[in-house]
Design a protein around this ligand. Structure first.
Ligand code: SAM
Length: 211
């Protein structure tokens, strides 16, 4: 996976490559044969949601520029895989999941794997987690119709927000970097497809494929 998908497609951060090489992705996709768990594609998890493709996890993590000790907010815990990668890079992760069953399963999985430093919470993360702000990085793993202002405001100066933004089933991966109290710069890293971010700062209706 690391050589064929991540390095070949341009992931250069050696720490990200090393962590992804040693985080057992198959344990985050119960019911999926191990032979498919490392394929370069998103895979279904429970509740009509997905675990992102390995390249996307690597790219979002690389864009966040995580340093050990950073306090990172993840919105969309899903399987817990992205949170595990962030924690294994030394980040203190707060991860918010809208669906309680997914949050509970991810919490349990991380505990069983002995991955520390992830606080999984249930709730609408589309407006962030103001009590924990400012964050050293925010990663949103679901697609938003626009960038929620609350997320910009919760970034520390120098920190980045990585978020898929655009129509419901096709977005741009947008990077927002805070340069000062009222100075944010943003750019697109390319086209992506994520399940919708559902909530106050996202879409009002859940994905119709949700059970
Ligand atoms: N990061 C996940 C992983 O590593 O498996 C993949 C996340 S999946 C692509 C997107 C997740 O975002 C889903 O589990 C979905 O329930 C969650 N989600 C959608 N809207 C949300 C919201 N407003 N707050 C928190 N989680 C949300």
């Amino acid at each position: 996976m690391v050589t064929q998908q991540l390095e070949r497609r341009g992931i250069r951060d050696q720490r990200v490559l090393q962590v992804m090489a040693t985080t057992p992705r198959e344990l985050f996709v119960p019911g999926v044969p191990t032979s498919l768990a490392y394929d370069d594609r998103a895979l279904p998890i429970d509740a009509g949601q997905t675990i992102s493709q390995p390249y996307m996890v690597a790219r979002m993590t690389e864009l966040l520029q995580v340093e050990p000790g950073d306090r990172i907010l993840e919105i969309g815990t899903g399987s817990g895989y992205q949170a595990a990668v962030l924690a294994r890079l030394g980040a203190k992760v707060t991860s918010i999941e809208r669906l309680p069953d997914l949050a509970e399963a991810a919490r349990e999985r991380l505990r069983e794997l002995g991955i520390e430093g992830v606080d999984v919470r249930v709730g609408d993360g589309s407006t962030g987690e103001p009590e924990g702000a400012p964050w050293d990085g925010i990663v949103v793993t679901a697609g938003a119709p626009s960038i929620p202002d609350a997320l910009r405001e919760q970034l520390a100066v120098g920190a980045r927000l990585v978020i898929p933004v655009g129509p419901r089933y096709q977005q741009d991966l947008v990077v927002v970097e805070r340069h000062g109290p009222a100075d944010w710069r943003e750019w697109s890293d390319g086209a992506v497809i994520f399940v919708p971010l559902v909530g106050e700062g996202g879409w009002s209706e859940p994905d119709p494929r949700e059970p």
